[in-house]
Design a protein around this ligand. Structure first.
Ligand code: NAD
Ligand code: UDX
Length: 470
């Protein structure tokens, strides 16, 4: 037995809520889906006729929005109304790391989850299935259950809770949602689980839909992210060893990845992992382990974060060293600001930390990213703008450029921080002519054509490539 779901409400119209619901809407045309958010500006942007101006950039998402918006996919800030009409409610709200109080810097801030649960408890009607889509500490479903049932004095509403963590990666979200490796559903009630299975079964093969208990599902999400981040810290730690020994990290990755037990994915060395998930979720794992007295386990995972911090620090340090230990009044071109290619998201982007370090050394930066807006970079580096009167006079400043080529004028160096496709095909010969000599390319993503850059007379550092270091 399962309930026939006709109306879905998704609370949170962000990087997860938007794409996830768009894919459900397209695959389930008979279900009406309302995505609600307290951020009215964001809701307005989701309604933008110009599909280039949606608040989330994801390749292919515009097509889904074009097809479904106004038909069975709707955006609204009327949270109460759409909670009350839903048979199933997805919680896709943010769960960032706490910045103050108990667990600051590690524990997840669950205030948005709690606020949503309280709203559901108040406005839901009849029987409602509540689905945790946000990434949550293990046992959060217990809290949600208590809140949902707590205010139900008249016993006129009933709830079931499911955990259905989202595994999409930004930049490939549509593909990840259309063809997931697996869909994970944790729950206690078969009827509720079957209702959610029936939605996914519209496009996901049944053998890819896994069901578990609630706690295993909640925990699996945190651990999947911890394992992925650990792989990046592992390869990044070895990139430094390659640079010391004359080995090449790309060749090492290839050799490792052909072992079927290791596999080829997620072995690209880079400036360190960014994004809203990895650091937050490992920090939360560390907090949970400490809570249960598993100090050796938490120390083990802490190292993954430590290496990540060290990787971006060592990159900014080596830029300073190569440029004669002094960046004062030097011009540096910055290519890429997003935490990875194919997204406009800059949360925890290694570019933020590296740019800050260079600005503190006095460098003047020209920054270009194909999808990150100037206003977003203002938020991330705003205190370094010359208009800020409190700024330390020794610091450098930055400007935004709308074309990669414009960042090279009189530049002493260019720093590639995001692996956007267009950076793979830069015309190094023309760009080198614009730069001041000696001119450096620092390729933190190892994507450029080294031969062409060398022929153009540039000095090159590429991550993990010990063959370049004499
Ligand atoms: P986001 O910040 O992009 O979106 C969350 C949205 O929720 C915001 O627009 C916010 O205004 C809204 N919101 C918060 N409280 C609300 C309330 N009470 N009522 C209505 N709206 C409310 O966050 P995101 O990146 O979409 O992440 C959401 C969750 O999914 C997090 O737990 C995250 O860890 C998890 N997750 C994220 C990704 C990813 O790639 N970004 C992938 C998998 C899982
Ligand atoms: C991650 C998880 O992959 C996804 O399953 C989860 O749902 C959310 O968190 P996301 O952060 O969007 O997704 O992107 P991901 O592709 O995992 O990249 C994270 C960071 O690792 C980026 O900064 C990326 O540049 C970096 N990375 C990734 C590397 O440096 N090398 C790699 O080989 C892969």
């Amino acid at each position: 037995m399962s309930l026939k779901i006709k109306n879905i409400c998704c609370i949170g119209a962000g990087y997860v809520g938007g794409p996830t619901m768009a894919v459900i809407a397209r695959n389930c045309p008979k279900i009406q889906i309302n995505i609600v958010d307290i951020n009215e500006k964001k809701i307005k942007e989701w309604g933008n006729k110009d599909l280039n101006k949606l608040p989330v950039y994801e390749p292919g998402l515009d097509e889904y929005i074009k097809e479904c918006r106004g038909n069975n996919l709707h955006f609204s800030s009327d949270v109460e109304k759409y909670i009350s009409t839903a048979d199933m409610i997805f919680l896709s709200v943010n769960t960032p790391t706490k910045t103050q109080g108990i667990g600051a810097g590690q524990a997840s801030n669950l205030k948005w989850i709690e606020a949503s649960a309280r709203q559901i408890s108040k406005y839901a009607t009849g029987h409602t299935i509540v689905v945790e889509k946000s990434t949550l500490p293990v046992k959060t479903a217990l809290t949600i259950k208590e809140i949902l049932n707590g205010s139900n004095i008249d016993n006129d509403k009933t709830f079931q809770i499911l955990s259905n963590p989202e595994f999409l990666s930004e930049g490939s979200a549509i593909n990840d949602l259309e063809k997931p490796d697996r869909v994970l559903i944790g729950g206690e009630n078969k009827e509720a689980i079957d209702s959610l299975i029936n939605i996914y079964a519209n496009w996901v093969p049944r053998e890819r839909i896994l069901t578990t208990d609630l706690w295993s599902s909640e925990l699996s999400k945190l651990i999947a992210n911890a394992f992925l981040a650990q792989r990046i810290s592992s390869i990044n730690s070895i990139s430094a060893l390659c640079e010391k020994t004359g080995a090449d990290i790309k060749q090492v990755s290839l050799a490792l990845g052909t072992d079927s037990r290791i596999g080829p994915k997620f072995l690209n060395a880079g400036p360190g992992f960014g994004g809203s998930c990895f650091k937050k979720d490992i920090s939360n794992l560390i907090y949970i382990c400490d809570h249960y007295g598993l100090y050796e386990v938490s120390k083990y995972w802490q190292k993954v974060i430590d290496i990540n911090f060290w990787q971006s620090e060592r990159i900014s340090n080596l830029v300073v060293n190569k440029l004669f230990g002094n960046l004062s009044n030097k011009k540096i071109s910055i290519l890429g600001f997003a935490f990875k290619a194919n997204t406009n998201d800059t949360r925890e982007s290694p570019a933020i930390k590296i740019c800050r370090n260079l600005l503190e050394e006095g460098a003047n930066l020209k920054i270009y990213d194909p999808k990150v807006s100037k206003s977003q970079i203002d938020k991330d580096l705003g205190e370094f703008l010359p208009s800020n009167k409190n700024i330390n006079s020794e610091y450098g400043n930055w400007i935004y450029c709308d074309l990669a080529e414009k960042t090279f004028e009189e530049a002493d160096a260019t720093l590639i921080l995001t692996e956007w496709e267009e950076f793979k095909f830069l015309n190094w010969y023309d760009l080198a002519l614009k730069m001041r000599r000696p001119s450096w390319v620092f390729d933190t993503r190892s994507i450029i054509n080294l031969d062409l850059a060398k022929k153009a007379g540039l000095k090159i550092w590429s991550i993990g490539n010990g063959t370049l270091i004499k």
